[in-house]
Every structure is written in C-alpha cells, then in structure tokens.
Design a protein around this ligand. Sequence first.
Ligand SMILES: *[C@@H]1O[C@H](CO)[C@@H](O)[C@H](O)[C@H]1NC(C)=O
Ligand SMILES: *[C@@H]1O[C@H](CO)[C@@H](O)[C@H](O)[C@H]1NC(C)=O
Ligand SMILES: *[C@@H]1O[C@H](CO)[C@@H](O)[C@H](O)[C@H]1NC(C)=O
Ligand SMILES: *[C@@H]1O[C@H](CO)[C@@H](O)[C@H](O)[C@H]1NC(C)=O
Ligand SMILES: *[C@@H]1O[C@H](CO)[C@@H](O)[C@H](O)[C@H]1NC(C)=O
Length: 427
Amino acid sequence: MKQIGTFILVLLAINLATSQITIPIQKRIPQDTNESNSFLEDQDQIAVDKLINHSLQMYSGDIQLGNSKKTFTVDFDSGSNLLWLTSKNCPSCVKDGFKNSYDCSAQDGCTLTNIPAQVQYGGGAAVKGHIARVPISIAGKGPVTEALLLVEKSVNNKGLQSDGLMGLGVYDENDTDKVAFVNKLFKQGFIPKSQFSFYLGFGQSDSELVIGGVDTSKLANPSEIYYHPIILNGQHNDSQRWRVAFKSVSFGNQSVTLTSQNTGIVDSGTTLAYIRNDVYKKWISYLKTVATLKAIPAGLSTFYSVKCGTTLPDLTFTLTDVNGVERNYALPSSFYILNQDNTCIIGIQGNSVSSDIQFLLGDVFMRRFVSVFDYTNLQMGLSVSVADPATAPTLESNKRSHHYAALLLGLVAISGLIFITLRALRK
Ligand SMILES: *[C@@H]1O[C@H](CO)[C@@H](O)[C@H](O)[C@H]1NC(C)=O
Ligand SMILES: *[C@@H]1O[C@H](CO)[C@@H](O)[C@H](O)[C@H]1NC(C)=O
Ligand SMILES: *[C@@H]1O[C@H](CO)[C@@H](O)[C@H](O)[C@H]1NC(C)=O
Ligand SMILES: *[C@@H]1O[C@H](CO)[C@@H](O)[C@H](O)[C@H]1NC(C)=O
Ligand SMILES: *[C@@H]1O[C@H](CO)[C@@H](O)[C@H](O)[C@H]1NC(C)=O
C-alpha cells in the first residue's frame, strides 16, 4: 500500500515536473509618442517612417531572476544567443527609459564575473557590461543557472520597452557548459522535450512561446509538421545559429534555385522578412507585372506599397526536410502586406548580407508558420498556423488609429535587433 502510494506520488511528481509550459507573449505596447507627423505631407512616407521608427513590435514575456524570483519582461529572440538585463549601476540605462534593473548580489544567488561582453546595434545603439551567472526560472520551472549580460552602459536604446532581451540560440557561449537556457531546463528535468516553439497571432496578446513542446491547438493540421536539419559549423559559440538550408524560392511562374550554401534563419527578433537581394529584385520585378507597386524610399532602402485590398501571389520557400522530402512554405500576401494606417506596405525587404545566412524570416513569416526549435535533434520544424490575418482588428475610423496601427502590425522591431543579426552575420 505504502509502496503504491509512493509510486503514485513519484509518477505525479514526474508528470508535474515534465509538462510543457506556455508563456503568453505580448506585442509590446508602443509609447505614446507624439504623433506630430501630420506636418509631413506624404502619407506613405509617414507610414514607412513609423514602420521603421516605432520599432516597437517585439514579442515579450516574463522570466524570474535570482533567489528572490524577481520578474523581468524580456523580448524572446530566436536569432541571438545572449540574455541581457540592465544593472542598477547604469545611469545611461535610466536615461534610455529602462525601468527595472537587476541587482546582482550573492544573497540572490548571482555571481558577477569580470568577463566583458557587449551587443552592438545598427544605428549606433549598443549594450555593454559584464557577464553574471544567475538562477533563472520561467513559469515556475527552474531555476537553472545561466549567463546574463548585466548592462552597465546603454547607448541609444530609447523606446525599448521591455527590461531586456533573451536570446534563445543553439548554444550559450557565455554559459560555463555552453548549454542554452531551454536545453538546460530539459537536462535538469523541468520540461519533457528539449525544444521551444512560437505561435505568433495577429492580436496583441494571443501569442505564445511554448517551452518543452508545441501547442498543437495552434496548428492548422497537427499531423503536418516537418523538421529541417540545422546546419552545424562545429562551433559552440554565437556563430552557430538555427540555420537551415533553402532549396528554392518561388513566386508566380518563377523559381530561383538555391544551393546548400544558401541558408536562412527563422528569427523572432526580426519583425519583417529579409530575402537575398537578387531574389528580392526578381520578385519585385515579377510583382510589378501583376500589380501596381509604389516605391517609398526610406534611407538606403526602398519599401513598396500596393493599394490596400490587393491580393498578390504567394511567396514560397522550399526547404528539404530531415527525410529528404521537399516541403513548400507558401506565404500569402495577406501575411506579407502590412496595413499601416491604410498604407499597405510589403513587409519583405532585400538583404544585402553576403554571408551564408541570406534569409531572415521574421515575424511576418512566423505568423504563418508555427516554428519549433529542437535541441535534441538539432532541427527546426514548421507547420501552418491557425493565425488568421482576417481576425486582425481593423481600426481605420478610429481617431487613435496611429497608436493602434502600430500595435497590430508586425513592424520593424527595434531596428537594432535586426542588426544584431546582421552584425553577427558579418563577423
Ligand atoms: C509631445 O509634444 C509636446 C510639445 O512638443 C511635449 O510637451 C510633450 O511632452 C510630448 N509628449 C511626449 C509623450 O513626447
Ligand atoms: C524617424 O526617424 C528619423 C531619424 O531618426 C527622423 O528623422 C524621422 O522624423 C522619424 N519619423 C517619424 C515619423 O517619427
Ligand atoms: C561572452 O560573450 C562575449 C560576447 O558578448 C564574448 O566576447 C566573450 O568572449 C564570451 N565568453 C565567455 C567565456 O563568457
Ligand atoms: C567561434 O569560435 C571559432 C573557433 O574558436 C572562432 O574562430 C569564431 O570567431 C567564433 N565566432 C564567434 C561569433 O564568436
Ligand atoms: C511567366 O509568365 C509570363 C506571362 O505568362 C511570361 O511572359 C514569362 O515568360 C513567364 N516566365 C517564365 C520564367 O516562365
């Protein structure tokens, strides 16, 4: 009797310890910036400026730090490897608007090292500090001790409204064993599978990060989830990304065949999608034969808008799965055209990066496909999502649509976050 009781208890304990966890993630609410852009004449230019400047569309959720289990809101980024939060000794962080700093102390289980680290952003923004080791928990699971970049200097990070960023990379170069957070949760028995997955919805708070599995209720067809092998470079550092090979990109009656050197990442830290420049140019030329595109210059790049309500052909990415079968991932225009205050902008850009990573498929792509990042088999899975662009609230006649439009759409994230990726690619 007693033994059975113990047995049941043990089973219960295992069961409790190993269920997958769902972290609600929010599109961050943009600051109530002065919408004094009305003096600008050109609505298109305003729309693009906002797309770039507001840069406030990151998906963030909560983690707990230290023995005190203090909660911090971080942007979850599948495209980078490091966790960073601001330290209490950082006047520039306060100036940049960071509200919650982490106080690394021995009582809290935190050890500060003298290892310097920094992340540099595109437009001259950066975070700099030292590596700390600290117990981290998520949704009551953990803690596991992981590396943290404790920021002592923030450069040009105004408007970033989370407390920091959590990279969910393949390896954590700054961890003693190079083991990334999710994999460590698995190794220590907190989750049933060594993987995490993203479901990104069109609403403000209907998105999820699932740790330890996949939320099958978010898959349009749960039996159709295909995995693609991660291309390994043998390094257990930041140079190893969740990189997969692209077989071809097609649109209309055209198809651009790629080689095994042509790889890409599915990156929650990038709001739009970026495809290799020559492919992009072909695609835009093709689109011009089927619709009227209006060019909107934006600094060094050009955006294109179409008349709202226009349906364009799908843009299809073909990847070979772990069984050698080619799988097509078709992105409908309802996913890649972003309605910004009634200016409908194509949310895919050309990527001039000449390294092997030529495709950065950000939130625009991730709303169409639930993505799974698997440490055990080092593979990345994709499956058509239930997310429906038709359910995105329309706020055309709303007086405050400026504010809400920024909420609804997958806009360019902190442009720096894109550049974290680009910068690292250039290395
Ligand atoms: C908006 O602009 C006004 C006048 O320029 C200024 O006083 C106010 O502080 C601004 N508000 C924000 C949120 O920036
Ligand atoms: C966007 O940023 C640029 C450069 O910082 C600035 O000149 C422009 O006025 C901004 N546009 C809007 C709409 O905020
Ligand atoms: C930690 O990360 C930084 C990059 O941010 C790197 O320069 C440093 O060498 C890393 N190494 C260790 C052991 O933490
Ligand atoms: C990763 O490690 C390799 C070999 O030690 C080194 O050559 C490379 O520069 C490193 N890359 C990064 C991004 O740290
Ligand atoms: C695609 O179709 C158009 C019009 O039907 C045709 O002019 C063009 O040559 C075709 N291109 C290819 C690559 O087949």
